[in-house]
Design a protein around this ligand. Sequence first.
Ligand code: ADP
Length: 326
Amino acid sequence: VAAPRTALAPTASSSSSRSKDKHGNVEIVEITETRRDPSTGATSSHKYHKGRMLGKGGFAKVYHATSVDSNKTYAIKIVPKANLVKSRARQKLQAEIKIHRCLKHRRIVEYKHFFEDRTNCYILLELCHNQSMNELIKRRKRLTEPEVLFYMAQLIDGTRYMHTNNVIHRDLKLGNLFIDRHMSIKIGDLGLATKLTHSSERKRTICGTPNYIAPEIIDGKGGHSFQVDIWSMGVIMYTLLVGKPPYEAKDVKSTYKRIIANVYTFPDHVSVSERAKDLIRSMLQSKPEMRPTLDQVQNHEFFTANDVKIPLSLPQSSTVEQPRWR
Ligand code: ADP
């Protein structure tokens, strides 16, 4: 396959050294990036040791990487150019990078930089040590309300930053909420994100299928905007408290039907406070204009009632077991 030109960073190129693993498979172990100073023409190389795989996405694999020069650790997203032969896939990656590189906030996975060689594109990212909330909920089943307060407050913080910059994430889900070594949320994977030219613009199409998809995206007629992220936040909060997503069904078609009809219940065997239910119900309203704004979410009594205490931190042990509150 001829390597398509991505022309995302014309000053960078790279080569990778390979070795064979015990099964005889060729594996990249070291990635070398060559940077060229556009004004002087001088080149410099940067080597990264590729470590264990952290996860797989639709068209990329993400690995642990260590810079040989600085010993700093990163997550490196490797996208084979064979997956970018279709111009749509290439445009999607370009859009993701264009949006991600302009976002800088404590609640967003930090974009470091991009380089490419003949076979792959590489995106260097801030490393999140505690996986995503997807793995967290699988281990824990469901979280306590103080934990949900803690994480939701951070999710609001990061989403507000994106929305202030006219960016809609459009794929907020547990698997895209990473947890760093301090147990803080970092929003990642901007693969479906879009940047509006002005805040009143409406988007009509989306390249891909968001997991916690809002009804107006399924419907498609009137376009969609920032409120799709509020919907996803409602799905996230429900899932954290109940242990499974609200509209889950046997297949995608049935899930979409349930979303359009807006059918979900709070199971009797799980105790969820009335305040939490009220906030979830408000975020999961079919009509986007009825959903609360981020400020209204933050000022909801779930966060602001007198007896509510948002934890300042969570213990590392809460990745595997319920924290004991003193
Ligand atoms: P895709 O855009 O192809 O879906 P993702 O960005 O979702 O790829 O990454 C795939 C997986 O890689 C994630 O589910 C996660 O397990 C892991 N991963 C991605 N980014 C990081 C990161 N910054 N730190 C740690 N793990 C990560």
